[in-house]
Write a protein that binds this ligand. Structure first.
Ligand code: 6XA
Ligand code: ZN
Length: 343
């Protein structure tokens, strides 16, 4: 399987994450991507290629123009305003307040953020754009007939909604790739999100659509980030009613239960008769993940990679979360090699 990777991910190298009342070194760090890449090489998974440069058109298919404009200039405006640290929002348009975009950069951060842990720094926009290029280059391989491709994206994307960032995500790599596949011949695309966290951004983008099925396995939002999205009774709206399937699971969920949920997800995907599958591949379901509470072991990743392969669909894997940095490579490649073993 081909892996698409850009070293421009390193341009996202912020120093702060708001966590536990402190500004700590971010869990979503450069080493994650480097360790996954190293493991891909070590395992001999296949060719590794740099992405082609796509314009912003594909991103504009799922994000709003004003949101992209904000992301492009946020750091410059923040720095020009004389702020000493990285850009972090501190005021939101909460209940009964106006949803009106402010002029001031601090106000605009709150307008476009749904969470505060995700600092914006000097190269954040450039790295986020490179991650989209990675996802699109891999999607193009699928479009051209590859049975599988791996987009080694960083920063991740599944929390980024049409016009919201947070949860370490700015541009929704998986959603942009899914839309690309729709725009290039696929009548139906399914997105399976196996990250520990609910992909609220992806859900938001496709919530009213019947041509893109969104299925997610994740920690119960009543006790896990993003808290306000990902409940089982969120099933889509308008034309999209029935085309969102959320399978939240409680603290301590192990592979036996998780695998049952995956089987249910794959049954729904089979029924949908999709032309392609996009997997939001988060590795934070791992038992040693520092910010999550599922109990998958390393051997389980290879095991579910095989189940994904047995679905027999052209499959684009897009890297999302996973913060047990030492094991992220083994676990990611475990899924991909398990998938490959079925082909
Ligand atoms: C920070 C939690 C961010 C979760 C990021 C993630 N409070 N999403 O891994 O998939
Ligand atoms: Zn996650």
């Amino acid at each position: 399987m081909i892996t698409v990777f850009s070293d421009r991910h390193r341009l996202r190298n912020v120093k702060t994450e708001l966590s536990g009342g402190l500004l700590v070194p971010p869990h979503e760090c450069c080493e994650r991507a480097e360790i996954v890449l190293e493991r891909v090489k070590l395992a001999g998974l296949g060719e590794i290629v740099a992405p082609d440069a796509f314009g912003l058109e594909c991103s504009l298919r799922v994000h709003t123009p004003d949101y992209l404009e904000f992301l492009a200039e946020a750091w410059t405006l923040w720095a020009a305003a004389g702020n000493a640290g990285e850009a972090i929002p501190d005021c939101w348009p909460a209940r009964r307040m106006l949803q009106r975009r402010p002029q001031d950069i601090s106000g605009r951060l709150g307008f476009y953020a749904f969470a505060a842990e995700t600092s914006i720094g000097a190269g954040t926009w450039q790295a986020a754009r490179a991650a989209v290029d990675v996802a699109l280059t891999a999607a193009q391989r699928i479009e051209r007939g590859a049975p599988g491709a791996f987009a080694l994206c960083r920063p991740p994307g599944h929390h980024a909604a049409r016009d919201l960032y947070g949860g370490y995500c700015f541009l929704n790599n998986a959603a942009i790739a899914a839309q690309y596949l729709r725009d290039h011949g696929a009548a139906r695309v399914a997105i399976l999100d196996v990250d520990f966290h609910h992909g609220n951004g992806t859900q938001d983008i496709f919530y009213d659509r019947a041509d893109v099925l969104f299925v997610s396995l994740h920690g119960d939002p009543s006790e896990a980030f993003p808290y306000f999205s990902g409940f089982a009774d969120e099933t889509g709206c308008a034309h999209g009613l029935g085309y969102t399937l959320n399978l939240p699971m409680p603290r301590g969920t192990g592979f036996e239960v998780w695998r049952e949920a995956l089987a249910a997800a794959l049954r729904r995907i089979a029924e949908f008769r999709t032309d392609a599958l996009v997997v939001s591949l988060g590795l934070d379901t791992f038992e040693a993940d520092p910010i999550s509470f599922f109990r998958l072991g390393s051997e389980d990743f290879a095991s579910y990679g095989r189940l994904l392969g047995e679905a027999g669909l052209p499959t684009l894997f897009v890297l999302e979360g996973g913060y047990a940095v030492a094991e992220i490579g083994v676990n990611a490649v475990g899924v991909l090699a398990g998938f490959e073993a079925t082909r």
